[in-house]
Every structure is written in structure tokens, then in C-alpha cells.
Design a protein around this ligand. Structure first.
Ligand SMILES: Nc1ncnc2c1ncn2[C@@H]1O[C@H](COP(=O)(O)OP(=O)(O)OP(=O)(O)O)[C@@H](O)[C@H]1O
Length: 299
């Protein structure tokens, strides 16, 4: 696996605010990463640090194999971390020509990149006539002009209507399928689930989970149980090696699994302990429930 970016204990404090706290993770080539967290959790600050626009308080990061200076390595990175900023009276193509001049890249790429974001037929339209979604797509085309190894996007669908959101997500997936690594920040679980292969969940600047989206989804689920001998049931479950935690609410006992366990196995086990269930349901958390559970634990 080729490593694109490594963060080591990256930390940013703004006075007393710990915007990013000891954050470490690695980005491997070819994957689509989502940094997922509620508003104010430190996503933009993290992107700002690795893009050299925010100075880290401590910790460090390394682009690629670390042999290049950050300044030089960033030439292989495409990023949109602010609202797209183009000249309204110039056309899409003219705006991209200007970007090519500034970035010193070949203007011969313009049409190809406009095609990627489905704007080729609007290349001679003025930027001022573009919808918000088209402006965002033009920004993506602009970030792609240097054929970056990695594309970084901060909340790429913010403020767009459902159709605009869908278009952007499809474009991101297409770009990824061509081999470009992607790192996007989002507060939308649904977005990360739909677009990303890997996720780093942060809250208050602290990493809660990093790994494949599907592994987060592959929780072994939980049992909802009811029994006359409620307290005994809780004690037995707490001592059972396959459960990670047990809670009780309104007479219903919920046991969360850390290993696979079938309803039959559990029922037999409990029966042998003298516990006869009046209610038993096995459920699997949706990713959303897991996300809420993860982020709620730090309240
Ligand atoms: N320039 C700054 N000066 C002071 N505090 C800041 C600054 N930038 C960010 N913060 C604080 O750092 C914390 C993390 O902010 P950040 O913008 O990185 O979060 P975020 O996850 O990107 O949220 P959002 O999606 O709302 O932008 C917040 O508490 C924020 O108020």
C-alpha cells in the first residue's frame, strides 16, 4: 500500500479551545476517506493544518513518503476548502485558464476536467450564470487541473439542493474510481456512508474511530431482552464474554455484542442459568445509531 498522508498526534489549540487533539491517522492511495464529525469538531482545522494554512500547535504530518517539503508535495494535491472563488464576469473556461496560469499547469487539461464535472457544454457561460451546484463542480474541475494524487474537499455538498448533492457525490465517486485518492470532511453520516470507503470519526477534536466504513457497519448487533429476574439477567449478561455493555431502560435490557452470538445460543445459555425470557429481539444498529452512540459517549 502506498501512503499518501500520515498524521502523527496532530494538535491545534486556539487559546483554550482544543480544536484538534492528538489526531493520528493514515491515508492510503486509492481510498475515499471521510472525516466525519458534528459542527465544530475540528474537521476544517485538520484539513487546514495538512494544507499548510493553519499552523499546528504540536504533532506533525507527512505527505507521501516524507521526502519532499510540504510546499512541494502540495503541488500533487487538489483542494477546495473554501467557497469557490471565481471571476463572475469570466466564463468557466476563462476562469480555469487563469487557474492554469497561476498553478503553472497545462491549459490543455481544461476541457477534460470540465467533462469530468459535466460542465463542458457550459464552458463558455459566465460564472455569474452558474447555480451553486455548478459553481461547486467548477471548483472541483479547477482542483483537478494538476491531476492531483489526492483531492481534498471540505463539506462538498453544503447548501446544495438534493439534485446538486447527488451530482456532486456521483462525480466524487467517478473521480475515485479513476484512482484518485479522496479526503472529504462532512458532518453528514449519510454522505460518508454513500461516498466513502473509510471514515475517521472525530468529536471535539478527538478521534473516536478510524477504519473502513463497512467495519463500522459490521457491529454484531444487540439483544433486547425482558425477564422476570431483571437484575439477575443484567448480572449474567455483564459477566458474559460476548457482550461489551449492558443497559436497562423502561424494563427492557439491552445487551451489545462484541462477538457473534445467535439468539438460540443466548436463549439456551440463559435458560440454563435459570432465566426464562418473556421477550427477546436481536437487532443490528444502523450506522447512524452507532455514530450517535460513539459521539454521545463524550458528552
Ligand atoms: N481561527 C480560529 N480561531 C479561534 N477558534 C477557532 C478558529 N477556527 C476554528 N476554531 C474553533 O475550533 C473548533 C473546531 O473548528 P473547525 O472549524 O475545525 O470544526 P469543523 O468540524 O470543521 O466544523 P464546521 O463544520 O462547523 O466548520 C471550533 O470550536 C471552532 O470554534
Amino acid at each position: 500500500m502506498e501512503t499518501i498522508l500520515t498524521l502523527n498526534n496532530l494538535t491545534k489549540h486556539y487559546g483554550k479551545v482544543k480544536a484538534v487533539n492528538d489526531l493520528s491517522f493514515t491515508i492510503e492511495k486509492g481510498n475515499v476517506y471521510g472525516i466525519l464529525g458534528p459542527n465544530g469538531s475540528g474537521k476544517s482545522t485538520t484539513l487546514g493544518m495538512v494544507l499548510n494554512v493553519v499552523n499546528a500547535t504540536s504533532g506533525n504530518f507527512k505527505w507521501f513518503d516524507g521526502s519532499d517539503t510540504t510546499h512541494h508535495a502540495l503541488k500533487k494535491v487538489g483542494a477546495i476548502i473554501e467557497r469557490p472563488n471565481f471571476y463572475p464576469y469570466m466564463t468557466a473556461a476563462q476562469n480555469l485558464e487563469l487557474v492554469c496560469t497561476i498553478k503553472d499547469v497545462d491549459p490543455g487539461k481544461i476541457e477534460e476536467k470540465l467533462e469530468v464535472v459535466h460542465l463542458l457544454d457550459r464552458k463558455d457561460s459566465k460564472f455569474s450564470t452558474f447555480s451553486l451546484g455548478m459553481k461547486q463542480r467548477l471548483a472541483i474541475a479547477s482542483a483537478l487541473l494538476n491531476d492531483p494524487e489526492i483531492l481534498i474537499l471540505d463539506e462538498p455538498t453544503n447548501g446544495l439542493d438534493p439534485q446538486g448533492i447527488h451530482q456532486i457525490r456521483e462525480i466524487i465517486k467517478n473521480i475515485a474510481s479513476g484512482g484518485t485518492t479522496i479526503l472529504l470532511a462532512s458532518h453528514l453520516l449519510d454522505e460518508v456512508e454513500k461516498v466513502c470507503s473509510h471514515v475517521v470519526i472525530i468529536r471535539k477534536g478527538i478521534k473516536l474511530y478510524a477504519g473502513p466504513v463497512e467495519e463500522l457497519n459490521a457491529s454484531h448487533g444487540f439483544f433486547e431482552l425482558r425477564c422476570e429476574k431483571q437484575q439477575e439477567l443484567i448480572t449474567v449478561l455483564e459477566g458474559h464474554p460476548d457482550f461489551t455493555s449492558v443497559k436497562e431502560e423502561n424494563g427492557l435490557v439491552t445487551g451489545f455484542l462484541k462477538n457473534p452470538l445467535s439468539a438460540e445460543e443466548l436463549n439456551t445459555f440463559l435458560f440454563n442459568q435459570g432465566l426464562v425470557l418473556s421477550h427477546m429481539v436481536k437487532r443490528k444498529e444502523s450506522l447512524e445509531e452507532q455514530f450517535l452512540q460513539l459521539t454521545a459517549n463524550l458528552n
